[in-house]
Ligand binder design. Sequence first.
Ligand code: ADP
Ligand code: ZN
Length: 602
Amino acid sequence: MKTKKKKIQFSFWYLLFALWALLLINSYFMAPREVKITYSQFKELLAQERVKEVIIDKEKIKGKALISDERKEQAFVTIRVEDPDLVKELHQHEVTFSGRRENIFLKNLFSWIIPMLLFVGIWVFLMRRMGKGPEFMSVGRSKAKIYAEDQLDVTFDDVADLYEAKEEIQEIVEFLKNPDKFTHLGGKLPKGALLVGPPGCGKTLLAKAVAGEAKVPFFSISGSEFVEMFVGVGASRVRDLFARALEKAPCIIFIDELDALGKARGINPIGGHDEREQTLNQLLVEMDGFDTKKGVILMAATNRPEILDAALLRAGRFDRHILVDRPDIKGREAILMVHAKGVKLADDVDFKALAGMTPGFAGADLANIVNEAALLAARRVKEVVGMAEMEEAIERIIAGPEKKTRVINKQERQIVAYHEVGHALVALSVPTADPVQKISIIPRGIAALGYTLQRPTEDRYLMTKSELIDKLTLLLGGRVAEELAFNEVSTGAQNDLVKATDIARSMVKEYGMSEKLGLVAFERERQSLYLQLPQSTSSKEYSEETSREIDSEISRIIEEAHRRAKEILTEKRGLLDKVANILLEKEVIEGEEFKRLVSETA
Ligand code: ADP
Ligand code: ZN
């Protein structure tokens, strides 16, 4: 964006320059270099025989005369007045005269043809500058790159790991291979599959593999490409893209960075319908309008599904979500192996060990390692790529300027493992918690170093007091596990504490769940007019003393939950150690396995 702005400014100076040049030309050619005189003055000069020659056209009389100086002829011009005797008089004074039609062409050329050409030229120039050169005459024509089917030789074999995603997507491949048969058998397909996951984990790769497997064309465009400077262009791009895809059906349309286009509408309190919104609306219209039977499948990728407009996720649109997450240790090994396929390797290369050194790396980082190692080997004039190069490549990527992934050291990993297992074990022990689906120490996002995923068994709208207390206990489980294992706590538990405090505060102030303070809501829900603006002006409606009591109630509730979590985990100390160690080794423990481990030990 920055460079674009600069370019526009740059051309702006060109524009100014061109205008200035134009003015100069104009004044040179058009400027009256003649002296303007009145008709009576002209007649007087004529009478005094000072007029030498005259050209008469429709409106003006031009000529040469001795006006101020007796010896030097000067050009003059005067407005022509109806004067039937003029010719006679000119004869009388022996002035040579001629009539003339104005040179309309020349006049037009300078007064508007040239300026117009100049402006068109500047406009074209500006468009080019903005990088839309070839598109100038067809603004709105979709820029989506079309990969013809023979160009796409990506198959599922090129996609390592991601077994679940591949399985889920297999259906789409079957459909694209033979749309008629599929629908004939009554198969019903989602219109859009949304690939969700952090950058570089293979979303684009997977979409291409679907096209490659099914041998269908692949149209891809990035969400940010849709959003253009010119209002209406984005929308017409969408229309165009779908029209072109329909011509080539069966095929895949892939929209990368869907979030750039599909951000929730209405967050911006100032703007009404902006460009992005129009484009999004058009996308929704197209999605509703096209028939999957024709064989166009829409796939999109995002790493921020939470900010997408709800309308995009509704049934019949992107209703199928496929998780493309960072690889675990086994996945990393597999990805490294896929990328090392074409590389000559030394015998000492140990993929398992390499995978162990790269927690948190995405597929793209791993591909990069192999690449970097091969380059290093070439620089050292080696025949094969050895373990030393691989290790050095890892170091380079970790330390490099493009370090996107967060690599955690051994001790940190240990703390995170205990923390997460702490959450999981508490979840198992409190009566109302949702079952644990997955425990992971593969870092996700920036804040969370690990996570424990629980799958709710049903949608809940109301929560009882005991459920809230269970939830508090669960949140504190991570911190308590750290306390037990290391006798100290890390900053990693901070987010849990914030959440816990919020829950406890709501219990006291909003839900009237504190026995000491009773059934009083101290806080009324005050929604800001504009969505999601945090409320900063919370006026107090109670005394200082009540305020102190509220605070002490909040900390009492939290302390109680803390004590409970500590009880649970002290009792399960052996299990905590065991599961944490397994987690350290495997990085991910699925819910089933977790249950098995627990029942084995019990
Ligand atoms: P995303 O679209 O999720 O940002 P990409 O699909 O563009 O990521 O992945 C970038 C590159 O990383 C791919 O071209 C591929 O070389 C490598 N890569 C990522 N995930 C995998 C995987 N599971 N198997 C093999 N290579 C992968
Ligand atoms: Zn936690």
